[in-house]
Design a protein around this ligand. Sequence first.
Ligand code: FAD
Length: 547
Amino acid sequence: MLPDTPEQHAILFPRLNEVHLSELRQRGILRRTLASEVLFDRKTERPGIFIVLSGSIELVGEANGQVAVLAELKPGEFTGELTQLSGRRSLVSCRVLEPGEVLEVDRASLREIMQSEATIGNVLLGAFVQRRIYLIANAVGNAVLIGSQHSSDTLRLRSFLVRNGHPYTYIDVDREPDIQSVLDQFAIRFEDVPVLICRGDVVLRSPSNADAAACFDLNAGIDQTDVFDVIVVGAGPAGLAAAVYGASEGLDVLVIEGNAPGGQAGSSSRIENYLGFPLGVSGQELAERAFVQAEKFGAKISIARRARTLECLQPPYRIFLDDANMFKARTVVIATGARYRRLGLEGADRFDGNGVYYGATPLEAAMCKNEEVAIVGGGNSAGQAAVFLASFAKHIHLLVRRPNLSSTMSKYLISRIEATKNISLCTLTIVERLEGDKSLERIRWKALRTQAIERHEIKRLFMMTGGDPNTAWLGDCVALDAKGFVKTGAGVMDGWNLARPPFPLETSVPGIFAIGDARAESIKRVASAVGEGAMSIQFVHQVLATQ
Ligand SMILES: Cc1cc2nc3c(=O)[nH]c(=O)nc-3n(C[C@H](O)[C@H](O)[C@H](O)COP(=O)(O)OP(=O)(O)OC[C@H]3O[C@@H](n4cnc5c(N)ncnc54)[C@H](O)[C@@H]3O)c2cc1C
């Protein structure tokens, strides 16, 4: 499992030069090391980083049940990975090979260096990101998921781990020939699947995302007694942008995310209209980059915990979570976006994740190989899904209620759909019924022009039909429009009783802002969500200055 070539080793383990080392010596503690001494392992809480000054150390990881040496580090090389930024437990262990000296830099000093010493910070952060990519590619870490391709909970957990950038080994009970011996090893019954084995010995049977987050310590280091300058609720593009701008401008920021970072954008296979990415970027990659950027500046991000209610009588505002925790903040940014509309057909929900999907990422695409697939929707997300899935599936049926795509989809996507031979466009068409026992087996759809019903043996249906706002948790705290989107700015003048007018993104409650898709009259685009995230922080500063 060692990096294949010296060039790969150099990318993963760059060497710090004398200038870097003399700066780091002022921030770290010098330690002598003993042969075979363990500097940290996967149970050590919040380890800092170790820089080898003399002697050598080795990093040891586990993948697919095998323990292996990942790298041997020599003078000038250093340990550390993205977990060091978030304060989570390490994914690998480290022990001394040849005794000598190391410099230990703790997390707080590491964070200061990241923010104040751009040259060293970039070397460290670049290596941390490369190492995480390497760990994911080689499934090195502390998670083993035993699941089935026929289980919606397996898909949920796989998506959760992927979207949190958490490396894991996946064992599919339907494909693994020696599965019984694996199950016996952990005393797991077939019907317990999916099972997540966490940190080597904790066995979680069909865990919720929150259980998985707790076991992997994804929410480590967040102090509940703090009164934050701003709490951002939702870590889609809007919330992540607010976190990056807020933390980089010195605010104490907490982000509360109900699932995993990325929001709707995270379920997009390729975003092609976001500035600066001429070849497009997957929503997952965009979210990962933004997440690392937010953590680099010191934002705290709480994962798999939903905001349940908001208490908004006066600052500090209180946000109660579904796990009964509560956080306080002087200002709040609502960035809870929207969720896909469901089909609304009787019994259709039972196929969620088992034939009916709401995102088209590589995980879902892998299930569609050489199959016929149907996609419902006429917007850009449906168009993207059709073009992306067309290179996996045998045939795609794009079902659209309207007579054409011109008013709802970008021209570049319409042209690609027309040019792709295995996509057929069915306009003026609606889904009538989904059939199947535990998983989807057949779809009936109706041509509105002729009223003719067609029945197709299709086992994968993608719903891409626009969203409803995630605003129920706000109760009657802030004014909403008729569809449940949060009113802001000029829209809240009625009943506004401060001498100053509301800021453009401010809700009916002073100091509480709404951004991105959850906001009434917002443009439902990644770029506008990100722009509103940045703007909201300017207004947060102004409110904080007067509190
Ligand atoms: C498949 C797909 C493809 C798309 N492609 C493009 C494209 O190519 N270009 C483009 O510009 N736009 C595209 N869009 C639209 C774009 O993704 C959205 O406009 C954008 O994601 C909105 O960002 P947001 O942060 O406002 O909300 P969201 O992305 O919806 O994020 C909201 C976040 O809040 C979280 N949340 C919700 N409720 C709670 C709660 N109570 N507590 C805590 N957290 C909560 C959610 O889990 C989610 O992570 C696409 C959308 C989809 C679905």
